[in-house]
Design a protein around this ligand. Structure first.
Ligand SMILES: [Zn+2]
Length: 263
């Protein structure tokens, strides 16, 4: 059953340019003036990847759509394999960084010839339908775009516990590594985590707080610093004499977006 969510209900929270190495890249939402009336049913997942072990951890199920065409833009279907690999790496570090407080199961959909169409705000018009129908705790979208920058954002919709993250993949980049690499996925995923676990004492600037809390990463860049993410996900970021972030036991205590216990 289709459920319409008025677009005016959406709290637009775009942002999240991401620095890769020392090259700071910042852009915000891609906006296209289009509204889709209907939402296509997603095909069955092409592949599912999940965090190994951590059997007793709270589990977030994520629906991940990979689009290869958007208007005149497209990229090679060969990209899919690299994206699946990166999603697997992401699933690994979710368990590792959270000290098995959290695990993820990611249903990855190869959208084939289906066009990606942005809504008239920051997200895909069908994101809420997609999440609800799949019973997901969050969504990821990858699609081609014409800019050169690495970028991404996460959008939240009023009244929804789950949110969606977007990873536009530049058709002008010619890099071996998939753009939606594991730490980049983690960055946007952590915006979803911070949004849902709102009663947790997060450090200032939460996902973006690496530098102000003294974390430096010359290898990865300050917005995808694995040492900071690790401490953020295990409650070990020091601030004013306290250790902040989400502790491993708090994931299960608060539940997951599809089954919130204390939202
Ligand atoms: Zn961010």
């Amino acid at each position: 059953m289709a459920v319409r969510v008025p677009l005016k209900m959406r709290l637009l929270v775009a942002c999240l340019g991401v620095a890769i190495s020392s090259a700071l890249v910042s852009t915000c939402a891609v906006t296209a003036p289009e509204v889709l009336a209907e939402t296509p049913d997603p095909p069955a997942p092409t592949v599912t990847v999940s965090t190994p072990g951590c059997a007793s951890a709270a589990t977030w199920r994520i629906g991940y759509r990979v689009y290869f065409t958007s208007g005149e833009l497209s990229f090679s279907p060969d990209l899919f394999e690299a994206l699946v690999h990166e999603a697997g790496e992401f699933a690994n570090i979710v368990g590792e960084f959270s000290e098995c407080g959290l695990r993820v199961e990611i249903d990855i959909f190869n959208m084939g010839d289906t066009q990606y169409k942005a809504g008239n705000d920051s997200g895909a018009p069908d994101e809420v339908h997609f999440v609800r129908r799949g019973g997901y705790d969050g969504a990821f979208y990858v699609f081609p775009y014409s800019g050169r920058a690495y970028t991404g954002w996460t959008s939240y919709t009023t009244g929804e516990t789950a949110s969606s993250s977007y990873f536009p993949h530049s058709v002008k980049q010619n890099r071996d590594q998939a753009q939606a690499w594991s730490l980049f996925l983690m960055h946007e995923f952590l915006h979803q985590v911070v949004h849902f676990y709102r009663h947790v004492s997060w450090p200032a600037d939460d996902v973006h707080g690496a530098i102000r809390h003294g974390y430096r990463s010359s290898e990865y860049g300050e917005f995808v610093n694995p040492n900071y993410f690790r401490d953020l996900m295990s409650g070990k970021v020091e601030e004013d004499g306290k250790l902040l972030g989400i502790r491993p036991e708090q994931y299960a205590y608060y539940g997951v977006p599809s089954q919130p216990l204390r939202y």
